[in-house]
Design a protein around this ligand. Structure first.
Ligand code: GRF
Length: 215
């Protein structure tokens, strides 16, 4: 039986779109049952509707209290009975109201624990690193602190600005997110401390996600 996945977005939703495409293939092992956002203006909602997937919005701006917003989001998620919630460009910190009821993974545009937070690409460039990348991790109560599921490296080019670097990171993110969600759905997972193990034999490091231009 296919795993039920809900994807949460705040913006363009290119990661969500990649998951929608992958999940449409037979054998992927997961179905995206809904795409949700924290704002009506999230462009990715239209992509999901176009793909025939249900959408919902729990606008952060409608709630005075962060706890109330989290409780409303959690209740909304409950309705879809998700096996997995994927935060794919969802720019909100999730509280216990959500995390105690749902398994959530997040995609982050840096090699955590370096450069957590909302400006990871800008911060990596400003620091002057030569290699950055993307991380898929389980979400815990901290900001980008949960156990790492997978990572992939992206080289910083001398003439990169935030936009060009972010674009290359996003192309790596899309492939990695699709691969991780598919494997979590098909193989299951276990967590011991900070170690996340997928059900099947452990994969070799993530060279398959490395952007063509970085090979
Ligand atoms: C991605 O880089 C993700 O890692 C970050 O926000 C971006 C979202 O892009 N948190 P999109 O909305 O999936 O196009």
């Amino acid at each position: 039986m296919s795993s039920r996945v809900v994807v949460l977005i705040s913006g363009a939703g290119s990661n969500a779109a990649a998951l929608l495409d992958a999940a449409a293939e037979p054998g992927f092992g997961a179905s995206v049952v809904a795409v949700g956002a924290d704002r009506h203006s999230a462009d990715g909602l239209a992509l999901a509707r176009h793909a025939g997937v249900e959408t919902f919005t729990v606008p952060f701006a409608d709630y005075d209290d962060r706890g109330d917003w989290n409780a409303a989001l959690s209740e909304r998620l409950d309705a879809y009975r998700p096996d997995l919630v994927v935060s794919a460009g969802f720019m909100r910190i999730l509280g216990a109201e959500v995390l105690e009821r749902h398994t959530v993974i997040n995609i982050h545009p840096a090699l955590l624990p370096a450069f957590p937070g909302a400006h990871a690409v800008r911060d990596a460039l400003a620091y002057g690193v030569r290699i950055t990348g993307a991380t898929v991790h389980l979400v815990d109560s901290g900001v980008d602190t949960g156990p790492v599921i997978d990572q992939a490296a992206v080289r910083v080019e001398p003439d990169d600005d935030t936009a060009s670097l972010h674009e290359r990171i996003k192309s790596v993110e899309r492939r990695m997110l699709v691969e991780v969600v598919g494997r979590l759905a098909r193989e299951g997972w276990s967590v011991q401390g900070r170690q996340v193990r997928l059900g099947g034999p452990r994969q070799s490091p993530s060279t398959e996600y490395v952007a063509e231009e970085n090979r």
